[in-house]
Design a protein around this ligand. Structure first.
Ligand code: NAP
Length: 253
C-alpha cells in the first residue's frame, strides 16, 4: 500500500470539467483537500458538489494575477499547498495555413504560459510544504504524436515538457518533484466537442479498443503525488490504452 495522502492540500487548475474534474475526484476520494479552478463559476460550483472538493476559485491560468489569487486561496483556505495539478488546457483546431496569431496566443497562453504561471505563483507554498509535487497534464499530441489541426496545441504540450525538465532540476533541492501525465484520448466534455467521427476514428486506433476515463488519468496523477514517488522527477507517464504503439492501422487489434 502507498502512504495515504489524506489531508494534503491540492490545487487542480481546470478542475471544473473533464480530466481535471477526474483528478479532483480521485484526490478528494483519497482524503486530500482540493481546490478546483476554472473560468466558469457555475461549472466550478457543480464540480465541487460532484467531486467532494473543498472549494473552487474562478481564475484564468493565462493571467498572472489570477494565478497569484489561486495561490493565496490555497494559503488562506487550505493552509498551504502540497500538490499542484497544472491541468487547465484548451484544444481548438485550425490547420497551419489558417492559424491566426490570436489562435497561437490563446493556445500557448493557456496551455504553456498558464502552466508556467501556475507553478510560479504556487512556488513559495510548494517549497514550504517540504514535499511539494507538480503534476502537469500534457498530452501524447506534441510530445509523441501529431494530428492535423493541432500544430499550436502540439507545440504547447511539448513545450510543457521542456519547462518540466528544467523546473525539475531547479526545484529538486526544495524537495519538489515536477512530472507530467500524457493522456491519450480521454472521454471528456472537451473531447466530445470534437464530434462522433473524431471519437470513432480514435477508438479504432487504440489497441484497448476504447477511450480512457478521467479517473484513469486521476490515478496516474495520484501515484506521482505519493511519498513513494518522491524520487521520480522530470518524467512522463503515458496513459493511452496503447495508442502510440501501433506502426500501422493493421497492427491494431
Ligand atoms: P475540458 O473538458 O474542456 O476541460 C478543460 C478544463 O480546463 C475546464 O475545467 C475549463 O474550465 C478549464 N480551462 C480552460 N481554459 C482555462 C483557463 N484559461 N483558465 C483556467 N481554466 C481553464 O478539457 P479536457 O479534455 O479535460 O482537457 C484537460 C487537459 O487535458 C488539457 O490540458 C488537455 O490538453 C489535456 N488533454 C486532454 C485529452 C483528452 O483526450 N481529453 C488528451 C490529452 C491531453 P473553464 O472553461 O470554465 O475555464
Amino acid at each position: 500500500m502507498f502512504t495515504s495522502i489524506e489531508g494534503r492540500a491540492v490545487v487542480v487548475t481546470g478542475g471544473t470539467r473533464g480530466i481535471g474534474k477526474g483528478i479532483a475526484a480521485v484526490f478528494a476520494g483519497a482524503g486530500a483537500r482540493v481546490l478546483v479552478t476554472g473560468r466558469d463559476e457555475e461549472s466550478a460550483r457543480e464540480a465541487v458538489g460532484e467531486t467532494g472538493a473543498a472549494g473552487y476559485v474562478v481564475a484564468d491560468v493565462a493571467r498572472k494575477a489570477d494565478c497569484e489569487r489561486v495561490a493565496l486561496a490555497a494559503r488562506d483556505r487550505l493552509g498551504g499547498l502540497d500538490v499542484l495539478c497544472a491541468n487547465a488546457g484548451i484544444f481548438p483546431d485550425a490547420r497551419l495555413a489558417d492559424l491566426t496569431e490570436e489562435d497561437i496566443d490563446r493556445v500557448l497562453g493557456t496551455n504553456l504560459k498558464g502552466s508556467i504561471l501556475s507553478v510560479q505563483a504556487c512556488l513559495p507554498l510548494l517549497r514550504a510544504s517540504g514535499r511539494g509535487r507538480v503534476i502537469l497534464t500534457s498530452s501524447i499530441t506534441g510530445p509523441v504524436t501529431g494530428y492535423p489541426g493541432w500544430t499550436h496545441y502540439g507545440a504547447s504540450k511539448a513545450g510543457q515538457l521542456g519547462f518540466m525538465r528544467t523546473a525539475a532540476i531547479e526545484l529538486a533541492r526544495d524537495g519538489i518533484t515536477v512530472n507530467a501525465v500524457l493522456p491519450g484520448n480521454i472521454m471528456t466534455e472537451g473531447l466530445a466537442g470534437l464530434g462522433e467521427d473524431y471519437i470513432s476514428g480514435m477508438t479504432a486506433a487504440i489497441p484497448m479498443g476504447r477511450l480512457g476515463t478521467v479517473d484513469e488519468i486521476g490515478h496516474a496523477a495520484l501515484f506521482l503525488a505519493t511519498d513513494e514517488a518522491g524520487y521520480v522527477t522530470g518524467q512522463t507517464i503515458v496513459v493511452d490504452g496503447g495508442q502510440v504503439l501501433p506502426e500501422s492501422p493493421e497492427a491494431v487489434g
